[in-house]
Design a protein around this ligand. Structure first.
Ligand code: GLN
Length: 294
């Protein structure tokens, strides 16, 4: 449909919502509000206050660009080009996964361990602490940790230079760029350390099931950030092999896992010599993080 500029904003919301729902999109009502809001450049309150006004030519033109993207199952965050994570705003690019709320569990785990005094000689603001984030993508984990630990330094690692450019922009936009550096490499190749901790949300989906995921993920997210090989565990094997020689004694490794990978990833940690291996659960009570220390 070509949005009608003479329709009121309220009526346009209804039209957009019905089109999205007809395309099988469960979040049609929320997405309609986000799309119309973006098209008219309004805040959430503006959208309520100006509901009786006509959409207008400029907003109708913008909506005509945005709506087909969502109908093609592009994730909302990709259409808007940004996503909130841990209370901060992150720019996205085609090379970066959209930061998920699930991954906040991983950030919280690292913060709990640091603030709980797990690292000898490191205080709650992470003074003097250094860590590495493998597969940093948009930099969401790296930047959120640096923001919460004003004394810490971090290295963001990714195979994709395009992702690293996005991560660098996010570090600058969130005011932590003076405390991080970026390296394009595979896992920890060429990275020395030693670090107080290493964190990663690696690709962990079994290669064979990626195409069966929801279209927002299967068709629009970077495969490099999802594909964990035949059994989904390739990245954990590589990380468990490379991490021990880059950690300080007493340092820890924390990784996000898929909801059914707790047992196998814990075993990999055990075989790699990690101790005090623990699982951390998301708000739904599912184990989504494995961590262990040297
Ligand atoms: N949790 C992501 C998804 O739903 C996968 C992220 C990953 O492989 N690291 O698709």
């Amino acid at each position: 449909m070509v949005p009608d500029p003479s329709l009121t904003i309220d009526a346009t919301l209804g039209v957009v919502r019905r089109q999205l729902a007809a395309a099988g999109i469960d979040s049609a009502a929320v997405d309609a509000r986000l799309l119309v809001r973006e098209a008219i450049g309004a805040s959430p309150t503006d959208l309520i206050l100006c509901g009786g006004e006509p959409l207008g030519d400029a907003a109708a033109g913008r909506l005509a660009e945005l709506l087909p993207q969502r109908l093609a199952r592009e994730p909302m965050a990709r259409i808007l080009g940004r996503q909130e994570f841990f209370g901060l705003s992150f720019l996205l690019s085609p090379a970066t996964l959209v930061p998920r709320p699930d991954t906040e569990t991983l950030v919280e785990t690292c913060l709990d361990l640091v603030r709980g005094g797990m690292l000898a000689g490191v205080g709650p603001s992470g003074e003097g602490l250094s860590f590495a984030d493998i597969g940093t993508g948009s930099g969401a984990i790296l930047v959120a940790l640096l923001h919460a630990l004003p004394g810490a330094h971090g290295v963001g690692i990714d195979l994709s230079t395009q992702a690293l450019a996005t991560a660098e922009a996010n570090a600058a936009a969130n005011g932590v760029d003076a405390r991080c550096s970026f390296v394009a490499t595979s896992y920890l190749e060429g990275i020395g350390g030693p670090f107080d901790f290493i964190v990663s949300n690696p690709p962990y989906i079994e290669a064979g099931v990626i195409d069966a995921l929801e279209p927002e993920v299967a068709q629009h997210e970077p495969k490099l950030a999802l594909d964990g090989g035949a059994d989904g565990l390739d990245a954990y094997r590589a990380i468990c092999k490379a991490a021990p020689s880059r950690l300080k004694p007493g340092g820890f490794l924390a990784v996000e896992i898929g909801f059914d990978q707790a047992e196998t990833v814990s075993q990999l940690f055990d075989q790699a010599g990690f101790r005090d291996i623990a699982l951390h659960r998301d708000l739904a009570g599912r184990a989504r993080v494995v961590c262990g220390r040297l």
